[in-house]
Design a protein around this ligand. Structure first.
Ligand code: FAD
Length: 489
C-alpha cells in the first residue's frame, strides 16, 4: 500500500508492528526481511524521498561474499509489484521528526503519528564537507547532488577533487573535459581501499590506457548496467520547500550521468597533489582560490569534497540515544540501540560490539544490506520471544567493487587494519592484468586484495575463515604456475 502526503489519512494516528525509517539499502533490506518472516504483521517503511533502493541480481562471488546491483524504484508507481516490495509493506513518503520512546510512537513532519512495537532507524549519512557553507564546495550523495555536479561541470574548466576514498577515485577516473586537481592527504591514490603497491598498479594501467586513448569518452563498466531502471529524484515534489535527500547512489552511479566539463583541449588529468590538504578557500574573480598546506594555490570553478560521510539523524528522541565517537547510533550485535525497541542499521549506525577478528565496519552498501537484514531478523525474534545469533556474514569483511575499470575484491584485514606491524605481505602482480596481495600473520591468511579476474575469492575466504597454516607452502602460495586451489581441495 502507498500513502502520500496528500492523503486524508495524514493526521490520523496509525499503528504498526514494525516501523522502518529510510528507503536506502539498509531500510529496504530490513523491511523485506521482516516481510519474509512475519507475513501477518504490519510493516511501515517511512522515507522522505519517493525513490527507494532495492538489491537486485545478487550473485555469489564466494561462499559468503556477494555482488549485486542496486535498483531504484519510484514510489509513484503505486504498484508494489513494480516497486518490488512485499505487499505487506506499506510505504509512506514523509520525514521522521520526533520519537516518543516511552510511548513507542513517532511524529512526522507532515503531522502523522505512528505507533510501533519496534522501530529501525536507517537514515543513512551525509557527505562531510570541508567548509560546507561555501557554495562552491559540493558533496556527492544522491541523484540530486550528481545533477548539481553535472550542471556545474557545463561551465567548468578546472575542478578540485578532495578525498581519497571510493567516490574521489571514481570521479578522478570518470570526469572528462575538465582539468582535475586531485588533492589527497596520503602518498598514494585510493588509500581507503588499497595500499601504495595497488595504487601504483592502477596508475600505471591508467596511464597505459590513456596513451592508447581508451579512456576518453568511454565508460569503464559493463554494458549490462545500462539496462537498469532509472528514476529521477529531482522530480520529487518539493513544493513545501523542504530539503529532501534521497538514498545514497547505487553502484556505478557515474555511468548514468555524463560528467563532462567545458575544457576544449584534452588535458593531462588528473594533476596529483599528494600528502597535502586544503588550508584556505577564498573567492577570486568569480572563481575559488584554494590554498593547499604545501603552499600551492589553485584557481578552480568549484571543489568536490569527498572526504567521508557523517551519520544523518536530524530528528529528536525523548530518550537520549547513545552516539558513538564517529557520530553514529551505537548498536550491539542485534542492531539494538541503548533505547528499548529502537534499532538502527546501515550508515547511520556504528557497530559497538566486539567484532570478530576478520571483520570491521565500513560504510558500504554491502554492510548496509547485511545490517538491515540483521535488524529485521532481530526485531522479529524479539516479537516472537526467540533467541537468535548474529549472522555469519559479520565474521568476515568482504567487499566487491570496481576501481579504475578493474574488478576489486577486498577480504578480511586486507590493508593490515588492526594488525599493527606484525604481519607479512605476499604479492603477485602482472601489469594491466592483476594485482594479488595476501596479508599473512603467524602463517595464517588474515586479508587479501584481489584486483582483476583472479578467481581466488572463494579460496581466500576459506583460508581466512579456516585459519589454515600456510607456512609449509612458502611463497608457492602465489606462484603463477601453481593453481593454489589444488592445494586445498
Ligand atoms: P542511504 O542510502 O543514505 O539511505 C538513507 C535513507 O533514509 C534515504 O532514503 C533518506 O531519504 C532516508 N531518510 C533520511 N532521513 C530521514 C528522515 N528523517 N525521515 C525519513 N527518511 C529519512 N558503497 C559501496 O559499497 N561501494 C561503492 O562503490 C560505493 N560508492 C558510493 C558512491 C557514492 C557517490 C556514494 C554517495 C556512496 C557510495 N557507497 C558505496 C556507500 C553506500 O552507498 C552507502 O554505504 C549505503 O547506500 C548506505 O545505505 P543506507 O540505507 O544506510 O543509507
Amino acid at each position: 500500500m502507498y500513502l502520500n502526503s496528500n492523503d486524508n489519512t495524514k493526521l490520523e494516528e496509525q499503528s504498526t508492528t514494525f516501523l522502518v525509517v529510510g528507503g536506502g539499502i539498509a531500510g529496504v533490506s530490513c523491511a523485506e526481511t521482516l516481510a519474509l518472516y512475519h507475513q501477518e504483521e504490519r510493516i511501515i517503511l517511512l522515507t522522505e524521498s519517493n525513490v527507494i533502493k532495492t538489491v537486485a541480481n545478487l550473485e555469489p562471488v564466494a561462499r559468503y561474499i556477494y555482488k549485486f546491483d542496486v535498483k531504484e524504484h519510484s514510489l509513484n508507481d503505486k504498484n508494489s509489484e513494480t516497486i518490488g516490495l512485499a505487499p505487506t509493506i506499506t510505504t509512506i513518503v514523509d520525514q521522521l521528526q520526533h520519537i516518543e520512546a516511552l510511548e513507542n510512537r513517532v511524529i512526522t513532519k507532515d503531522g502523522r503519528i505512528i505507533l510501533y512495537k519496534s522501530i529501525c532507524l536507517c537514515t543513512g549519512a551525509k557527505p562531510q564537507l570541508i567548509r560546507g557553507d561555501n557554495p562552491r564546495v559540493i558533496g556527492i550523495r544522491d541523484t540530486d547532488s550528481v545533477l548539481n555536479l553535472q550542471q556545474r561541470l557545463k561551465d567548468a574548466t578546472t575542478v578540485i577533487l578532495l578525498g581519497n576514498g571510493g567516490i574521489a577515485s571514481e570521479l578522478a577516473y570518470e570526469l572528462r573535459g575538465v582539468e582535475v586537481h586531485w588533492v589527497v592527504k596520503d602518498g598514494h591514490i585510493a588509500s581507503t581501499f588499497v595500499d601504495p603497491g595497488a595504487a601504483f598498479f592502477f596508475q600505471e594501467s591508467w596511464r597505459h590506457k590513456s596513451k592508447d586513448g581508451c579512456t576518453s569518452g568511454t565508460s569503464s563498466s559493463p554494458k549490462s548496467i545500462l539496462k537498469r531502471l532509472r528514476y529521477d529524484e529531482s522530480l520529487v515534489d518539493q513544493s513545501k520547500g523542504a530539503i529532501k535527500h534521497g538514498a545514497a547512489l547505487g553502484p556505478d552511479w557515474h555511468i548514468k550521468f555524463a560528467l563532462q566539463g567545458n575544457a576544449s583541449t584534452s588535458l593531462e588529468s588528473p594533476v596529483m597533489h599528494f600528502k597535502t590538504y586544503v588550508q584556505d578557500l577564498t573567492e577570486k574573480d568569480s572563481c575559488l582560490l584554494v590554498t593547499l598546506a604545501n603552499g600551492e594555490q589553485i584557481k578552480c570553478n568549484f571543489l568536490v569534497s569527498a572526504t567521508g560521510v557523517e551519520p544523518r539523524h536530524d530528528y529528536s528522541c525523548s530518550l537520549s540515544l547513545t552516539i558513538a565517537s564517529d557520530g553514529g547510533f551505537a548498536v550491539n550485535e542485534m542492531m539494538e540501540t541503548n533505547v528499548k525497541d529502537i534499532y538502527a542499521a546501515g550508515d547511520v549506525c556504528t557497530s559497538s560490539w566486539e567484532p570478530g577478528e576478520n571483520w570491521f565496519q565500513m560504510r558500504l552498501w554491502t554492510q548496509a544490506r547485511q545490517m538491515g537484514s540483521m535488524a529485521g531478523r532481530s526485531m522479529g525474534a524479539k516479537l516472537m520471544n526467540e533467541i537468535i545469533y548474529q549472522d555469519f556474514c559479520f565474521e568476515l569483511y568482504g567487499h566487491v567493487t570496481q576501481l579504475f575499470g578493474y574488478s576489486v575484491v577486498l577480504l578480511g584485514r586486507y590493508n593490515g587494519q588492526g594488525l599493527g606491524t606484525n604481519y607479512e605481505i605476499l604479492l603477485r602482480t602482472t601489469p594491466q592484468k592483476e594485482y594479488i596481495k595476501f596479508v599473512i600473520q603467524n602463517g595464517r591468511l588474515r586479508g587479501a586484495v584481489l584486483i582483476g579476474n583472479t578467481e581466488l575469492a572463494e579460496t581466500c575466504e576459506n583460508l581466512i575463515l579456516n585459519g589454515i597454516d600456510l607456512t609449509p607452502y612458502g611463497d608457492d602460495i602465489l606462484n603463477p604456475d601453481i593453481d593454489i586451489d589444488d592445494y586445498f581441495d
